[in-house]
Design a binder for this molecule. Structure first.
Ligand code: ZN
Length: 224
């Protein structure tokens, strides 16, 4: 089962992605990890990615997709993967569909972690992080001391309300069309004239519930 995770930063999709991957006994592939591994192993595409980064350029989608295809073709990924951060735009969704079809596979499910902007701001801005050891704390005031190392707790710039709202804007602009793209394909599930075309199942999850409860909802939604 090949699963795509979608959701804004801070919605906890990394944590749930790990749990789902463990539950299903398949690996979780995150773009950043796969890219770093290719660079470390000095594969031809890894070297291309490294050259782009050293020039200060973004790594082109084609290179990332090539690296992702190599990771998907590994024997460990044969039973399926959980893809985190791989699809953020419609062209990336199209590219992934192409790469998977070249491997005789498809996206089987899309998990959409939904969260209201105000809730996300409330949740993240209630977080304080230790300046010294980076341990995050929820519901603690900045300025108090870390339990582990007595370092000072500060609010990270990323957790300031304005930074969160700006990330949410970028997410909505890029990713909402991706959700619509997948939903359009998934609807053919119910279309008797298009039985051959198995679009992905799109599962919507309220990302701010209890963490165990979310795992249950997700696995049930996946039919597992
Ligand atoms: Zn600390």
């Amino acid at each position: 089962m090949n699963i795509v995770l979608l959701g804004p930063p801070g919605a906890g999709k990394g944590t749930q992605g790990e749990r789902i991957a463990t539950r299903l006994g398949i690996p979780k592939l995150a773009t950043g990890d796969v890219l770093r591994a290719a660079v470390t192993q000095k594969t031809p595409l890894g070297l291309e990615a490294k050259a782009a980064m050293e020039r200060g350029d973004l790594v082109p989608d084609a290179v990332i997709l090539g690296i992702m295809k190599e990771a998907l073709a590994e024997p460990g990924s044969a039973r399926g993967v959980v893809l985190d951060g791989v699809v953020r735009t419609v062209p990336q969704a199209e590219g992934l569909a192409r790469v998977l079809s070249e491997l005789g596979r498809q996206v089987d499910a899309v998990l959409l972690f939904e969260v209201g902007e105000d809730e996300l701001v409330r949740r993240l801005s209630a977080r304080a992080t230790c300046e010294s050891c980076q341990t995050p704390y929820t519901g603690r005031e900045p300025g108090t001391k870390c339990d582990k190392c007595s370092g000072k707790l500060v609010r990270r710039k990323d957790d300031e309300p304005e930074a969160i709202r700006s990330r949410m804007r970028a997410y909505r602009e890029q990713t909402e069309p991706v959700v619509a793209w997948y939903e359009k394909r998934s609807r053919t599930h119910d279309d008797p004239n298009e039985r051959d075309h198995n679009g992905p199942r799109v599962v919507r999850v309220n990302a701010l519930g209890d963490i165990d409860e979310i795992t249950k909802i997700v696995t049930k939604g996946l039919g597992k």
